[in-house]
Design a binder for this molecule. Structure first.
Ligand SMILES: C[S@@+](CC[C@H](N)C(=O)[O-])C[C@H]1O[C@@H](n2cnc3c(N)ncnc32)[C@H](O)[C@@H]1O
Length: 230
């Protein structure tokens, strides 16, 4: 078996020119490993979540962001470029994913962004020693129902420690039977659905990628439900 094919893909985010401001443009490059056994690239969900982050770029300077299941980390890299203090994470059992996160940082001249091993559902020393967080990012982390509760356990743990924080997440609709409603209720979390058109993500081409339009992608924000159940 030969070495997996490696490439670099370019993404270009363009802002509106509201208020007479010059049109903002952000160009990023992320690595791709193209191999059926070992595929790592920005998934369609990542482009949509990165667009949400980009859309809210003016609110990001100084905010503390953690990306979970980051892979090539497109949303986290956008957040870092927009002035957030970003930490990237992926499973501690998947060193190749942690390595590709690091490569993404280097490709985008962000050598100081920390990349840490955080495995969903595991209360590890790395998880316990994280600095305070305002935003958790997770694109295409809800791809296998066996992991859903582990993901929400980790998110709940982080939100309990940072009650004002929000989990911004995108998922691909792969089966009409999958739902996290019961788990959200169990873990005292609530979610709000964010329509794609509200952040200009309902386009055929997003950040120079046509991938998201070929899939059904949804965006939601998860936070702690208050004690009155709202
Ligand atoms: C479908 S990929 C999405 C990657 C990236 N967020 C994106 O959208 O391009 C799922 C990611 O979850 C990570 N992952 C899988 N199982 C995990 C676990 N148990 N704990 C933490 N991360 C995990 C994988 O390594 C991979 O990076």
């Amino acid at each position: 078996m030969g070495e997996p094919r490696r490439a670099v893909r370019r993404y270009r985010f363009v802002g509106d020119s509201a208020g007479g401001e010059e049109r903002a443009v952000l160009v990023l490059r992320v690595p791709e490993v193209l191999d059926p056994q070992y595929g790592m690239y920005a998934w369609p969900c990542a482009v949509v979540l990165a667009q949400y982050v980009w859309f809210h770029r003016r609110t990001l300077p100084g905010r503390r962001v953690l990306e979970i299941g980051a892979g090539v980390s497109l949303p986290g890299i956008v957040a870092a470029k927009c002035g957030a203090q970003v930490t990237l994470s992926d499973s501690e059992e998947l060193p190749q994913c942690l390595e590709i996160s690091q490569q993404s940082c280097l490709l985008n001249h962000l050598p100081h962004v920390p990349v840490v091993g955080i495995t969903w559902g595991r209360i590890s020393p790395e998880l316990l020693s994280l600095a305070p967080i305002d935003i958790i990012l997770g694109s295409d982390v809800f791809f296998d129902p066996k992991d859903f509760e582990d993901i929400l356990t980790t998110v709940y743990f982080l939100l309990e420690k940072n009650p004002h924080a929000q989990f911004w997440t995108t998922y691909q609709v792969r089966s009409a039977d999958w739902s996290i409603e019961a788990l959200l209720y169990k873990w005292k979390l609530k979610s709000i659905h964010i329509p794609l058109h509200s952040f200009s993500a309902d386009k055929e081409h997003l950040a120079s990628s046509s991938l998201p339009s070929r899939h059904t992608i949804e965006m939601m924000i998860i936070s702690l439900a208050r004690s009155d159940g709202t």
